[in-house]
Design a protein around this ligand. Structure first.
Ligand SMILES: *Cc1c(COP(=O)(O)O)cnc(C)c1O
Length: 398
């Protein structure tokens, strides 16, 4: 019996051992199958592989053993039947939409989702007859009002970026299913260690593996997790044909990343929690957004739905953009970069980077003020992070 079939196996064990395959060399660490195609022993075997009457490798656009290890491992961690790995998080979202939607279908999504996802929905899918309506993430009645007879997908991220609002996954899955729509959750911020959307009623989970699954900012990748029909056939069918596939090397890096996921996520939660608490008492900080704070509007929901509160936090500085930029420029440990979910702490100014292409009205509606700063809290020593942030707050106060 393989470990992923053991109903008693725990998360950290699955993260290290699920999907592992052993070759004839008895290697302990997985090799990287750097090959574009696979040989057949006969014409008949080739024919059987191609018509799928016999399982086995064919071509690395859609069958590669190193990629399969990552897929099996992530499926086990999310509690899904199957997983399809993709070349990036965006291609995971594209593949989910192309596999599951048709022209004429309608999506409902929160206005605060990842910027490229908004562009994908508004500028790309719209050209193929798929329309999207945007709603406030935490307003259940707004979701309900936005649903139309042709709504086929509710798509969301929780906690949201950068204001860490938390959506009620159980309530939204019930709403989706009452209208014969699918609930698709981008689980990038929490990872399956902190939140398992499928267990709360979601139909499909998508990931940017680029973030916490890698965890060390090395590779771009993504994944779609769900059942054998929708993901195993429909999404896989799109990937097989269109080819936004994960490279074996990247899959190997992500499988290594998953091995330390539980440990890392506990560390991210611990550091972010400590920093959020401390920031709340600092002069010049008008608000702190972190689901672990008791003052967070969805703190109880986050506690019920997540195993921990995550590594992402944001806060608002008095003094607007000038103060925010002085803060960012005074940091010496924390890096100024757009990536997140890294062992290295990173900082961004959403109003002029991730949300710069939104109009000022869209930004103010979404609560992205000029003084807002987002931190992806890494795994450096908390004393050094706090000292770095304290120095930068001094600079922000001018
Ligand atoms: C980064 C990110 C994506 C896109 O992932 P890429 O790997 O950069 O394509 C999608 N969703 C969320 C929430 C992200 O943070």
């Amino acid at each position: 019996m393989s470990i992923e079939d053991d109903p008693h196996a725990h998360f950290a064990t699955l993260a290290i051992r699920a999907g592992q395959q052993h070759g004839i060399e008895q290697e302990h660490s997985e090799p990287i199958y750097a090959t574009s195609s696979f040989k057949f022993t006969s014409a008949a075997e080739a024919a059987a592989r191609f018509d799928e009457s016999e399982p086995g490798n064919i071509y690395s656009r859609f069958t590669n053993p190193t990629v399969r290890t990552f897929e099996r491992r992530l499926a086990a961690l999310e509690g899904g039947e199957t997983c399809v790995a993709t070349s990036s998080g965006m291609s995971a979202i594209l593949s989910a939409c192309m596999g599951l939607l048709n022209a004429g279908d309608h999506i409902v999504a929160p206005s605060g989702i990842f910027g490229s996802t908004i562009s994908l929905f508004c500028n790309v899918l719209s050209r193929f007859g798929v329309e999207t309506s945007f709603v406030p993430l935490t307003d259940l009645s707004a979701w309900e009002r936005a649903i139309r007879p042709n709504t086929r997908m509710l798509f969301l991220e929780t906690p949201s970026n950068p204001l860490t609002e938390v959506a009620d996954l159980r309530a939204l899955s019930e709403l989706a299913h009452a209208h014969e729509a699918l609930l698709v959750v981008d689980n990038c911020f929490c990872t399956p260690y902190l939140q398992q959307p499928l267990a709360l009623g979601a139909d499909v989970v998508v990931h940017s593996a680029t973030k916490y699954l890698d965890g060390q900012g090395r590779c771009l990748g993504g994944a779609v997790v769900g059942d054998a029909e929708r993901v195993g056939k429909q999404v896989f069918g799109f990937l097989r044909t269109a080819g936004p596939s994960m490279s074996p090397f990247n899959a190997w890096v992500f499988s290594r990343g998953l091995e330390t996921l539980a440990l890392r996520m506990r560390g991210h939660c611990e550091n972010a929690g400590a920093l959020a608490q401390w920031l709340g008492g600092e002069r010049g900080v008008s608000r702190v957004f972190y689901p672990g704070l008791e003052t967070h509007p969805q703190h109880e929901l986050a506690r019920a739905q997540q195993r921990g509160f995550g590594g992402m936090l944001s806060f608002e500085l008095e003094g607007g953009r000038e103060a925010a930029w002085r803060f960012i420029d005074a940091l010496r440990v924390v890096s100024i970069t757009g990536n997140l979910g890294d062992v290295k702490s990173t900082v961004t100014h959403p109003a002029t980077t991730t949300h710069a292409r939104n109009t000022p009205e869209q930004r103010s509606e979404a609560g992205i003020t000029e003084g807002l700063v987002r931190l992806s809290v890494g795994l450096e020593d908390i004393a050094d992070l706090q000292a770095d942030v304290a120095r930068a707050l001094d600079a922000a106060r001018g």
